[in-house]
Design a protein around this ligand. Sequence first.
Ligand SMILES: [Zn+2]
Ligand SMILES: [Zn+2]
Length: 165
Amino acid sequence: MNKAPSRVRVAVERLPPEGVAVDGEIAFAGLGVADDDRVACPEPLEYALRVAPVQGGILVQGKLRAVLRCVCDRCLTTYDCRLMTDDVCHLFEDTDAKVLDLTDEVREDILLAFPQWCLCHPDCRGLCPTCGRNLNVETCSCASPSNGGDVWSALGGLQVPPETE
Ligand SMILES: [Zn+2]
Ligand SMILES: [Zn+2]
């Protein structure tokens, strides 16, 4: 199996007026994006771009696709997170380059699409703070918001620490 290339390069010396389609994939390692303990990037990023001559430069437009392996912030389950960016748009003005290197642009665009919070599901119920059970897959008998008004009675029991001088 071939490893995905580590840069996105396009020959632009003789671009036809309608431009050229540039499709491919690039390893996240090539983008300088390293895995951390919340987000891993096991699959290469896919790009589908169109590179076309325009007045005063070269226009790059298109989309990026990637699948991240994330750890949910609430329940600590590992899940796949699909990233999609359809509005890649970069203008290279007055370039006389024979080859455009789009690696930095692709890196920026995909990093902007990275999730700020990792949630396996928008309403992930998380782990019970008392017993640690994953409330998405089982219930527990600890007081929890799903048991009607328990959350309010639990709040009512909170002690507000006296103000100190
Ligand atoms: Zn979750
Ligand atoms: Zn519990």
